[in-house]
Design a protein around this ligand. Structure first.
Ligand SMILES: C[S@@+](CC[C@H](N)C(=O)[O-])C[C@H]1O[C@@H](n2cnc3c(N)ncnc32)[C@H](O)[C@@H]1O
Length: 485
């Protein structure tokens, strides 16, 4: 059964608009969606109106606009927004009516009108649709202020993002570093630094993954498909009642997996197989190509998390999508296989979430694949660390021994590679819960590093070649820089 269109709109509104930033999404649609472009640029009367609006916009000096944008945004954000859907609806109606009253006063009422319309936009499930309605119904000067508020709001959110992420209790910060790299270059990148001193063996933080994937061959009965833990001998593995192809270590893992992703990905019963799910499982099990399955699981997880927050009336500061957006990714050129996998993922998740096929276009699919390949970390069940290495695709890999799967971790993704790292991801519970352990003394402000590849006693050229091929990075770790000089 499909989830309601309203829920899908809210979810995709969150993903597509709040997630990417209204302005970016707006701009993206304008460039890529012909239907949207047509709606924006309607001929005849609309063109004339647009010209008048442009002239009006020019009349307002830049300084006037920017002052009023700052003020207006502050006013709009000063009062908290309701959380309850019916209160939101009521507030929406009130703000639009009030905005219209202010707009009717002419220029003197434009700032207050923009505040009201902006607050209405903040609670409307599909803000993009509302902007399109505003375009046809409110004075252009007010719309200009609203669009300015929007980009200012997005900018503020971007700037503030790392103030509250990672959470304080993890004792690390994300900082931008510039440093000398090989061959005299300077590199600037985001990295994780310590917020306090750590001794060798200390656990710096622990982190749960957003999504995980078991190595093919371990599914079925040996390991829990949700937390990757070994299912102990004698304990009753709880298999999916329909496909019997995945097992869970507990009823909780089974229920959570069902809610988050398995309801999309279950390949069905032997009697009635679901073709797309079977093919996706085959891509992973036979070809060892991990990204389609990771993407599908991640999507299921993200929609589940956002839906839960909505149901609980929580107003998350940032969505899971926004957090993912902040991670770097490999820019990839799509292959025919990618196109097929994108279709499979859309078929599966789109069968439950209306509108997903519009959201999950080629560009976004490749971006997600690039995020997974760049950031996923391998998981071992026995307490030591061993990033995954697969035949077709890879994750950060120190060695392939003891591998049970891969996970996407939003904080640990920021760990920089070093050929002589000061930390190592470990999995002390035997599950995918990651505990980052210090392997050297770390002082406040020090960059925290892990190794993405097998270092051993390999020569610098071999390491650099692998890092370039897999991560397109020229390693600036002390070991590589020293060897280059
Ligand atoms: C997976 S991301 C790590 C997090 C990333 N710094 C970010 O901003 O999200 C990999 C990127 O980090 C930087 N990086 C990681 N390890 C590095 C190293 N040893 N030397 C230089 N750059 C490195 C490069 O910019 C690389 O493209």
């Amino acid at each position: 059964m499909k989830d309601s269109t309203f829920y899908a709109l809210v979810t995709l509104g969150t993903l597509g608009v709040a997630g990417l930033g209204y302005a970016m999404y707006f701009d993206y649609k304008r460039r890529n969606d012909p239907r949207f472009r047509r709606q924006l640029h309607q001929p005849g009367r609309e063109k004339k109106k647009a010209k008048q609006q442009l002239e009006e916009q020019e009349r307002l000096s830049q300084s006037q606009i920017s002052v009023s944008i700052e003020n207006a945004l502050q006013k709009a954000l000063d009062k908290p927004l309701p959380k309850d859907p019916s209160q939101k609806e009521q507030m929406f109606m009130e703000q639009v009516a009030e905005g219209e009253r202010y707009a009717a006063l002419g220029e003197a009422g434009f700032e207050d009108a923009a505040v009201c319309f902006y607050r209405a936009l903040k609670v409307y499930p599909d803000p993009l649709e509302l902007i399109m309605i505003y375009q046809k119904t409110i004075p252009q000067s007010v719309l200009s202020v609203i669009m300015g508020m929007l980009s200012q709001d997005v900018k503020r959110r971007q700037e503030n993002y790392y103030n509250a992420f990672p959470p304080e209790e993890m004792h690390v910060k994300i900082k931008e570093l510039s440093k000398a790299a090989a061959m005299g270059e300077t590199m600037t990148y985001k990295t994780m630094v310590a917020n306090k001193d750590f001794a060798v063996g200390d656990t710096i933080y622990t982190e749960l993954p957003e999504t995980t994937l078991l190595v093919p061959g371990l599914t079925g009965s040996a390991h829990c498909d949700y937390c990757l833990r070994v299912i102990a001998d004698g304990s009753e593995a709880k298999q999916c009642d329909t496909c019997h192809q995945v097992a869970f270590c507990s009823e909780t893992c089974k229920t959570t997996a069902e809610e988050e992703y398995h309801r999309f990905l279950c390949p069905g019963s032997a009697a009635e197989p679901i073709a797309a799910a079977q093919q996706l499982t085959g891509t992973w099990a036979d070809k060892h190509v991990l990204s389609p399955m990771l993407i599908a699981k991640f999507f299921g997880h993200m929609i589940h998390v956002e839906k839960k927050k909505q149901e609980a009336g929580e107003e998350p500061e940032y969505t899971v999508w926004e957090r993912l957006e902040h991670l770097k990714f490999l820019e990839l050129t799509g292959t025919d296989d990618d196109a097929k996998n994108q279709e499979l993922v859309c078929d599966l998740i789109g069968s439950k979430i209306t509108g997903l096929e519009n959201f999950m276009n080629r560009e976004r699919y490749l971006m997600l694949k690039g995020k997974m390949l760049y950031n996923a970390i391998g998981v071992r069940a026995d307490g030591s660390s061993c990033p995954v290495s697969l035949s077709g695709e890879y994750t950060r890999a120190a060695s392939t021994e003891g591998l049970v799967g891969a996970g996407l971790y939003l904080v640990s993704s920021y760990l920089t590679h070093s050929c002589e790292p000061n930390a190592v991801p470990t999995f002390p519970d035997g599950s995918s819960r990651l505990a980052l352990q210090a392997t050297r003394p770390i002082k406040v402000g020090d960059e925290i590093t892990m190794t993405y590849i097998a270092v051993g006693d390999r020569p610098v050229a071999a390491r650099q070649q692998e890092l370039m091929e897999k991560y397109r990075l020229t390693c600036s770790c002390p070991l590589c820089v020293a060897k280059d000089e």
